[in-house]
Design a binder for this molecule. Structure first.
Ligand SMILES: *Cc1c(COP(=O)(O)O)cnc(C)c1O
Ligand SMILES: [Zn+2]
Length: 469
């Protein structure tokens, strides 16, 4: 018997059907060399030992003494077999939880038991990015990379820095925009020992520079233009299905920044259906922040569509030029999605096509209100994550989502990532509230839980507790 190696059954391919150029699995590319399009990781499923049913994957739990069976990413290795199992890097990612929250569900307008929160803040670096990093880092290792780079609004850099520090396999080089990164995230990158380059510009600038610099210096790039990142992020959907006993939910709602997650989710469900492992697709809702809503503008207002692989490039260019001419820069409290030029735009259009998609945008006010509800009735999250809940609420009020459908909102990042936004919202100091949030159009904190100031006196403390409880 001959053993099948990944190079025999896995390759990369340009997503443009008109181009379709293929590349071998061991090339480190972030775009098609022929047309500049995005790349997919593709598999010859016929020659691979695909599980007969999704439930078979549960058998891996019995072997959770093995690191790649315990990993919430590599447990699904059969569905992303681009590297040999013994090469797959894990730091314990993907031990996440899908939990039903009736309190948040009520806020969104759902019937009891119908709103589920997929809490990706439980990952080792505190965001869903670890799912993708496990995969991209594994690919980087198999191609012999010694340095890996990313541009980041914070969480990608925290994740890359963590994989580098724990494994010692590579040196991290991270590019961040100045003043644009939440402290929790920046402190992680510094603490993990990454080389941190602060660019005088925003995320879109940092993204452009890291692509130029890593190409010139031959540094492995782990942003979500890297197709292997998205293979890891498919597993978020596999775990959602697993938690639902392999039943397909009605809606997946996810915040949209660079649109890697939404793209990965589309690919996950498309492949599961191709393999006959599910019989229908859930619908996908992508939620932008109003201050960074390029996808919303193009998809909902200007009617841009995947269009069988030929999205209207002129319309995309025209909007890009408009942003340049008017000096429009992304601006939102949800710094993880403060992105005006999403690199995975076309791939996301494809996912929206496959999954009957909808796109919405949420104001910073709505995002912070939703975040306070998630904190009070769930696991808590950072601002960007709450865009999913704010978006779901809009879609329910519009009647697009019905209250008895099963809806999964992805909570992309941990509550502790951005304590500044949380503290300002719950602040008793109106001036502080105005300084941090007023400039963003946030006028009120309807769900604020304010600390009670009491004198250092037993009777006063008892009086206060009686009064407020
Ligand atoms: C990266 C990130 C996002 C945006 O995800 P994309 O895949 O870039 O659309 C949303 N929320 C958090 C917390 C993130 O770290
Ligand atoms: Zn191409």
């Amino acid at each position: 018997m001959t053993t099948i190696t990944p190079a025999d059954v896995c390759y990369q391919q340009c997503i443009s059907p008109a181009c379709g150029t293929t590349y071998s699995v061991d090339q480190a590319l972030v775009a098609c060399r022929d047309c500049g399009g995005l790349l997919d990781v593709r598999y010859d499923w016929d020659r691979l030992p695909v599980p007969g049913s999704l439930a078979e994957i549960e058998k891996k739990w019995a072997r959770r003494d093995l690191p790649h069976c315990a990993s919430g990413v590599w447990r699904f290795h059969d569905l992303l077999p681009f590297a040999p199992v013994d090469q797959c890097v894990t730091v314990g990612e993907g031990q996440t939880l899908l939990h039903a929250s009736d309190a948040v569900g009520r806020y969104v307008g759902m019937k009891p038991g119908r709103l589920l929160l997929e809490y990706e803040g439980m990952n080792p670096s505190g965001s869903f990015k670890d799912n993708g990093m496990a995969a991209a880092f594994t690919h980087a290792r198999t191609v012999g990379a010694t340095r890996a780079a990313c541009a980041s609004t914070g969480n990608t850099s925290a994740s890359l820095a963590l994989y580098c520090s724990v494994t010692g396999l590579m040196k991290a080089v991270i590019f961040v925009g100045s003043g644009k990164i939440a402290f929790g995230k920046l402190s992680q990158a510094l603490d993990y020992g990454a080389l941190t380059v602060q660019i005088a510009g925003d995320f879109d600038d940092a993204m452009a520079r890291v692509q130029e610099v890593s190409a010139q210096l031959g540094i492995y790039l782990v942003n979500s233009v890297n197709p292997f990142r998205l293979e890891g992020q498919k597993t978020i959907m596999f775990r959602v299905l697993e938690a639902l006993r392999w039943e397909v939910p009605d809606w997946i709602v996810v915040p949209g920044g660079n649109l890697g997650n939404s793209s990965a989710f589309g690919k996950a469900f498309f492949e599961l259906r191709e393999l006959g492992l599910i019989d229908r697709m859930p619908r996908l809702a992508v939620v932008n922040a109003s201050g960074a809503d390029t996808l919303y503008e193009l998809y909902e207002r200007r009617g841009l569509r995947w269009n069988r692989g030929k999205p209207d490039a002129a319309a995309i260019d025209a909007y890009s030029r408009e942003m340049d001419e008017t000096g429009r820069r992304a601006s939102t409290i949800a710094s993880a999605i403060e992105i005006n030029r999403p690199v995975n735009l076309t791939k996301c259009l494809r996912a929206l096509e496959w999954m009957g998609g909808a796109v919405r945008h949420a104001s910073d006010q709505d995002i912070l209100d939703a975040k306070a509800q998630v904190g009070a009735g769930g696991m808590g999250c950072e601002p960007a994550s709450a865009a999913s809940v704010a978006g779901a609420k809009q879609l329910v009020s519009e009647g697009v989502i019905s209250p008895d459908e099963r809806v999964v909102c992805i909570l992309t990042g941990h509550q502790l990532k951005d304590p500044k936004a949380t503290m300002a919202y719950h602040s008793t100091d109106q001036q502080h509230f105005n300084e941090v949030l007023g400039s963003r159009g946030v006028r009120r904190a309807e769900f604020a839980n304010r600390a009670v100031a009491v004198a250092n006196d037993r009777d006063e403390i008892i009086k206060a507790i009686r009064l407020y409880s």
